[in-house]
Write a protein that binds this ligand. Structure first.
Ligand SMILES: [Zn+2]
Length: 443
């Protein structure tokens, strides 16, 4: 650490300063003295200014409380009392990015703009939204769930923005395979729940529980703040302190515990609605999907994180990648399934498989994946095939894939919910490789 300025400014204590030559930035890490909020401030000459505020929001059920809260805080706040300030912003602001995402254990509100006044306006709206939302019972019903009755003798039905969105998600086989793969690997901790909300459990959520979840989690003591760009570094501290100063420090227990390892691999089978129209006369139905899923060890250093991303790219990042090629060339399925590496969890997961499988070939697919990985671990990977992949993985990190974003939420459900489908199977084989990061060789 080299502290080159006064270590306290606008209520923030500078804990560490470091030059990051790779991105031509100076990084300053602060803690807000009054509340404990953490701030990472990246200072550089990039006109693409970025701000973010994030909270640890691990759920303890599948009511979708974190997701419904993410939607609800965007529906008006103490200072901005219009119905949908974010929709208004999207129409009028010069923002280059404006969104919010709910992850399995956190909720993030990032925003970006090239215009400094617009940037400050956006930050003001964001901070007011997360710390002082209106959160009325009507907003909860609109964004979460409510009953609707379309005729006096018709049955009561559930509606709600998140309820409808998640009904759409739950009618997508690919989304469900990913969701069930994750839940299966972490049955004892928060990742065993659906932070987005399971439509079966969303109606269990009450308005009071939503309010309590906000009070417990959307507090500066549980906040991580982020700045990037060429705006005035001192002004960042000043405008944050003006909002955070309204709070006193509290204790927030939002740490995700470690999932204990299984003592033996687990094999799970789930079903999903599949389309009769996809079946050919006289042909077996190839609607089965299978993934083999590993929970990896917690990654606490940058080198291992980069190695895992590189390894993922080498194994499945391109058609010539050995695991990708082995699965497709086998002819056992129609396309890859599984999300690959998900390193946004405390203990990351790796998930790979095939979809469009004849159910009789499920065992063969599982064995092919295990044999291919064992063979690569034993013999090494031929680097001539993977060099472009290695370079790509190092240069270009993936964009987050699991966030749920409000601007697209109203477009998602309709098309997915209309497909005519009948029963088929998802097959998930759950394995427990003791230490994925150290077993394969050749990178
Ligand atoms: Zn949503």
């Amino acid at each position: 650490m080299t502290a080159t300025q006064s270590t306290a400014s606008h209520g923030f204590e500078l804990l560490r300063e470091q030059n990051l030559a790779e991105i031509n930035s100076t990084a300053r890490f602060y803690r807000h003295g009054r509340t404990g909020a953490e701030l990472l401030s990246l200072i550089n000459s990039d006109e693409n200014k970025v701000f973010g505020v994030s909270f640890a929001t691990p759920p303890s059920d599948s009511t979708g409380v974190a997701h419904i809260l993410e939607h609800s805080v965007l529906c008006g706040s103490r200072k901005y009392q219009v119905k949908e300030p974010f929709v208004e912003l999207m129409k009028s602001s010069l923002s280059t990015f404006l969104n919010a995402m709910t992850y399995p254990d956190k909720t993030c509100y990032p925003v970006a703009s090239q215009n400094v006044q617009d940037f400050y306006n956006l930050i003001d709206v964001y901070l007011d939204a997360v710390f002082f939302p209106r959160l009325t019972p009507q907003i909860f019903q609109q964004e979460g769930w409510h009953y609707e009755l379309h005729a006096p003798d018709a049955p009561l039905i559930y509606k709600g923005v998140v309820f409808n969105e998640m009904k759409g998600n739950y009618s997508s086989p690919d989304t469900m395979l990913l969701e069930l793969s994750q839940r299966s690997l972490y049955p004892d901790i928060t990742y065993g729940f659906d932070s987005g909300g399971d439509p079966k459990h969303i109606p269990d959520l009450t308005y009071e529980q939503l309010k309590a979840f906000h009070e417990q989690h959307y507090h500066p003591s549980n906040a991580k703040l982020f700045f990037y760009g060429d705006d005035d570094p001192d002004e960042r501290l000043r405008l944050l302190d003006r909002r955070l100063g309204e709070f006193n420090r509290i204790t927030v227990d939002a740490k995700v515990p470690l999932q204990p390892r299984f003592t033996a691999p687990r094999r799970l089978i789930h079903t999903y609605p599949a389309g009769q129209a996809d079946e050919q006369a006289g042909e077996p139905a190839k609607e089965t999907m299978l993934t083999v899923n590993w929970m990896l060890d917690e990654v606490i250093d940058v080198e291992t994180a980069l190695a895992l991303n590189t390894l993922e790219h080498i194994l499945i990042g391109m058609p010539a990648a050995p695991l990708y090629k082995a699965l497709i060339d086998s002819g056992l399925g129609e396309a890859l399934a599984g999300g690959g590496l998900d390193d946004e969890l405390r203990q990351p997961m790796f998930s790979i498989g095939l979809k469009g499988i004849d159910p009789v070939n499920v065992g063969k697919v599982g064995r092919l994946i295990a044999d291919t990985i064992s063979s690569l671990a034993e013999k090494g990977i031929v680097c001539g095939h993977c060099d472009p992949g290695c370079t790509g993985a190092i240069r270009c990190r993936r964009l987050p894939s699991s966030g749920r974003s409000p601007p697209s939420r109203r477009r998602l459900p309709a098309t997915r919910a209309t497909s005519k489908r009948c029963s088929s199977a998802i097959s998930s084989i759950i394995d427990t490789a003791p230490n994925w990061s150290s077993s394969p060789t050749g990178i």
